[in-house]
Design a protein around this ligand. Structure first.
Ligand code: 6PG
Length: 246
């Protein structure tokens, strides 16, 4: 796959970010379905994408996606019940997945109720069963990532051992500095099959990690995630509000 471009889109504030992200999802999912007949969308966790999920669930946008051809996964998950406010899947379901007709067998939720180890193994198996990209890792047509003030992405934190794992797609995480401590997370290696990466950031607290990652500071897991996608020929879009782009 020829190297796709890297783009930076700066919008005014969080509302405009949600609008732009929701519209990007429609365009990129449809392009992927057109190209492959189906698409896997890896959702971002955390609070930043929730408004975009909600916007995409609205009548005027959700009709633009062939949801029966979309598989949905999540980049990382906290080991809490799905109805817990900290559940990434729970938040995405309430905002979007409960309102669009993705077939049940296309909903790839990490079974964190099994505990981090067993959930990571089960989720690894589910991702490994996806169509493969050229390099042999799962083809992930659309991946969304948020980032933390320390430059973490997924549940991969600066200086933590999970960042260096290269022989797995999914790892259990037990000492997340961001609560809750127990999680499962895709690895950087799993991102090698990404076709379109969207990095979402809003607010002044994200300006420094965004600038460092865009400058190539590879002490930040986010930088290495972007580099992994680019090295595999995937496209990267930074979707930032003005405060995060400052
Ligand atoms: C998580 C996330 C994490 C998140 C950042 C940003 O489960 O915590 O996947 O990587 O994207 O921490 O979180 P906010 O969007 O809430 O700032």
């Amino acid at each position: 796959m020829s190297a796709l471009a890297e783009r930076v889109q700066v919008v005014e504030g969080p509302d405009e970010l949600a609008e732009a992200a929701a519209r990007a999802a429609v365009a990129e999912l449809e392009a992927a379905v057109e190209a492959h007949g189906s698409a896997t969308w890896v959702l971002a966790g955390g609070a930043t994408p929730t408004a975009a999920y909600r916007r995409l669930a609205a009548h005027d946008l959700r009709g633009g996606v062939e949801w029966d051809r979309v598989r949905v996964a999540v980049g990382d998950e906290r080991c809490v019940p799905v109805h817990h406010p900290d559940s990434n899947w729970g938040q995405a379901a309430a905002a979007l997945l409960d309102h669009v007709p993705v077939p049940d067998h296309h909903l790839l939720r990490p079974p964190v109720e099994l505990g981090a180890e067993a959930a990571a193994d089960a989720y690894q198996a589910a991702l490994a069963a996806l169509p493969a990209a050229a390099g042999g890792t799962p083809r992930l047509e659309v991946v969304w990532l948020g980032l933390g003030e320390d430059g973490h992405c997924l549940s991969l934190f600066p200086g933590h051992p999970e960042v260096e794992v290269s022989d797995r797609l999914v790892v259990p995480v037990h000492a997340s500095p961001k609560p809750p401590p127990d999680r499962v997370s895709l690895t950087l290696a799993a991102l090698a099959g990404t076709e379109r990466l969207l990095v979402l950031a809003a607010g002044p607290a994200k300006a420094v990690p965004v600038a460092r990652a865009r400058a190539g500071d590879d002490r930040l897991p986010l930088t290495r995630a972007v580099e992994t996608v680019r090295a595999a020929g995937g496209g990267v879009t930074w979707l930032l509000d003005q405060a995060a782009a400052a």
